[in-house]
Design a protein around this ligand. Structure first.
Ligand code: TPP
Length: 287
């Protein structure tokens, strides 16, 4: 069980990650997937800083946990969270992000960044890759877990459900899928395009254990969910559905379709940083 000090520490790291991302976006000459990066930041921070057995010095450790960012368009958010864990320097990301030849591409590339477990970006493939990694671990008698973070829109891909069936058939209790359920796709709200609800029941129907986080941007709730995952040697895979808000904490981005991706002018940059500072100050006072 995490105490208030630990929660505040994670909140501070998520705040720093969001701030770093906003600053990078303000300086970057191009569009960045801000909406979905902001929604997943609390989950990603908890995973890298608390839940997963990962660290720069563990890259060759066979029992490190495996992480697949299946919503690969969130790459820069992941690089920044990894930088806060010591994998890279933030400055290094800022200097080359998105440039030709950079190891920090707009989507994660394992060839350029060997510490990644897979290259992603074409949505709908990460869970299948994760099933393979989890099955391989089981065959080798290894005990680590495999975590796969997907967008809710991404889970409209049929391949996700093929992977879900296989994971259950193979009894891959060492697999944890995480869905960033921000209820928005690229150009629409999810329920305006497709009927996704009852979403959790769909996973249950595929035989998965479902853990729902009512507010996936509330660090205490996020930590509580990940601290109580079923044992990795169980026979049932788990999906954590984190209900989040796209563009979280930035007044002009929250729940705005146009902020799936974009760039920040000087005035917006200033507002975004102020919004983040105010949100963290509130968390600090409440802790
Ligand atoms: C196979 C595939 N089709 C289309 C895209 C283009 N695309 C990038 S992001 C996105 C929307 C994804 O929505 P969601 O999974 O909900 O992500 P989030 O809202 O969390 O950013 C789409 C369609 C893609 N990357 N891959």
């Amino acid at each position: 069980m995490a105490d208030k000090k630990e929660i505040l520490h994670l909140q501070e790291l998520a705040y720093k990650a969001r701030r770093n991302l906003v600053e990078l976006c303000g300086a970057y000459n191009g569009s960045i997937h801000m909406g979905g990066d902001m929604s997943m930041m609390d989950v990603l921070t908890c995973l890298f800083q608390r839940t997963m057995h990962v660290a720069p010095e563990l890259q060759k450790e066979s029992e490190r946990d495996r992480f697949i960012l299946s919503k690969g368009h969130g790459a820069v958010g992941m690089y920044i969270v990894m930088a806060l864990k010591g994998f890279f320097e933030y400055q290094e990301i800022c200097e080359t992000y998105g440039k030709l030849g950079s190891k920090f591409g707009q989507h994660p590339c394992k060839t350029r960044l060997p510490m990644l477990e897979a290259s992603t970006g074409s949505l709908g493939h990460g869970l299948s890759i994760s099933v393979g990694l989890a099955a391989s671990a089981r065959q080798k008698g290894q005990t680590h877990r495999v975590f796969c973070l997907m967008g809710d829109g991404e889970t409209c891909e049929g391949s996700v459900w093929e992977a879900a069936m296989t994971a259950r058939a193979q009894k891959l209790g060492n697999l944890v899928a995480v869905v960033d359920r921000n209820k928005q796709f690229m150009t629409s709200f999810s329920e305006d395009s497709l009927v996704m609800e009852p979403y959790a029941d769909k996973w249950r129907a595929f035989g998965w254990k479902v853990v729902e986080i009512a507010d996936g941007n509330d660090m205490a709730q996020v930590v509580d969910a990940f601290d109580h995952l079923p044992d990795g040697d169980s026979e049932i895979p788990t999906v954590v559905i984190a209900n989040t808000i796209k563009g979280k904490y930035i007044s002009f981005m929250e729940r705005q379709i146009k902020w799936h991706a974009g760039s920040l002018n000087e005035k917006d940059l200033e507002t975004a940083l102020k919004d983040l500072d105010a949100a963290f100050e509130k968390q600090r006072k409440e802790s």
